[in-house]
Design a protein around this ligand. Structure first.
Ligand SMILES: [Zn+2]
Length: 85
């Protein structure tokens, strides 16, 4: 893992250890780890990937049957740090 700068830049993502520039077109930024979801599609893809991992870890359990999200409005937690938006 590369050295983290000190001080950390304002656009630093704590989940990925890198700068993630935000502009007016950025869809959403996590308030906890500051990961930048540049588009709604990015958020949906990263969220559904995390769900797929969770299903693998918990296969057979009732809570493993959460369906994939189809819109960003359905996603209430950051898929990287699991903090509420
Ligand atoms: Zn986050």
């Amino acid at each position: 893992m590369p050295e983290w700068p000190d001080p950390l830049p304002d656009d630093w993502c704590w989940s990925h250890g890198r700068s993630e520039p935000v502009d007016d077109d950025t869809y959403r930024v996590c308030g906890e780890c500051f990961h930048a979801f540049q588009t709604e599609a990015d958020l949906i893809r990263e969220h559904n990937a995390e769900l797929a991992e969770m299903r693998k870890r918990h296969s057979g359990e009732a809570n493993a049957e959460i369906p994939d999200a189809t819109s960003g409005a359905e996603i209430w937690t950051c898929p990287h740090c699991i903090h509420d938006f």
